[in-house]
Design a protein around this ligand. Structure first.
Ligand code: ATP
Length: 234
């Protein structure tokens, strides 16, 4: 579904991604794990069209999206939940969700999807009129995910959904991610919580200072000595 082939991405003189290749098949949950500054967010932002690779290819369902506009990439079926959620604090839950559907004009279908999001996140349904900035951290994460789902993505990019959440909420968010995957959405998940990420993923890649240093099935990586030492607390 998505092939990242040997991309190099820079921030000015900083060489952030040094020949990264990642393959995501339809139906999978693929996770990218790694320490702070490894380049995980940069990878997602490049797929979304917010950054451009200087060299290398980005193929989504066979089409080269390396130079496509961010809005076009959303329309093609890729949606990102950014790190830190980036919800619109001064707008209601409902308005935030409506914004997620901004590229669409099929009003009836949008309404249906809104109800689906409320079905998946009952806490958002109860708070549909509440200002998003007053939601708890976990609720804001749910809203950010709900907003991304409103564009009907076939590939959902999640950037550190567990960040700042209490362990019970992390569990809840991860079980929702698994459900979203099981109802047909392919997922590329960036996480520092390697334990949780490997527990739901099919495949995993380890990123270290802009390079992929290991990849395999999630089971292989969770059993790997190097991964256990560096990312799973021994
Ligand atoms: P974290 O978990 O801390 O978000 P990450 O793996 O997502 O880490 P990135 O945010 O992708 O890492 O950063 C990769 C590298 O690129 C880092 O060295 C970072 O300092 C650098 N970088 C990121 N954003 C910018 C920017 N806007 N300008 C300059 N350098 C940047």
């Amino acid at each position: 579904m998505l092939t990242i082939d040997n991309i190099n991405v820079y921030y000015g003189a900083i060489h952030a991604l040094k020949g990264i290749s990642v393959d995501v098949q339809e139906g999978e949950i693929v996770t990218l794990i790694g320490a702070n500054g490894a380049g995980k967010s940069t990878t997602l932002r490049t797929i979304s069209g917010l950054l451009r690779p200087r060299t290398g290819q980005l193929l989504f369902e066979g089409q080269n999206i390396a130079q496509a506009a961010a809005q076009k990439i959303v329309a093609m079926g890729i949606s990102q939940v950014p790190e830190g959620r980036k919800i619109f604090a001064n707008m209601s839950v409902l308005e935030n969700l409506e914004l997620g559907a901004y590229i669409r004009s099929d009003k009836q279908e949008i309404k249906k999807d809104m109800e689906n999001v409320f079905g998946r996140f009952p806490r958002l349904a109860e708070r549909r009129g509440q200002l998003a900035g007053t939601l708890s951290g976990g609720e804001q994460q749910m809203l950010a995910m709900g907003r991304a789902l409103m564009s009907r993505p076939r590939l959902l990019l999640l950037d550190e959904p567990s960040m700042g959440l209490a362990p019970l909420l992390v569990k809840e968010i991860f079980s929702i991610i698994r459900e979203i995957n099981q109802t047909g959405t392919t997922i590329l998940l960036v996480e520092q919580n390697a334990n949780m990420a490997l527990s739901i993923a099919h495949k995993a890649y380890v990123l270290e200072t802009g390079r992929i240093t290991l990849y395999g099935t999630a089971k292989e990586l969770s059993e790997s000595e190097a991964v256990r030492k560096a990312y799973l607390g021994g």
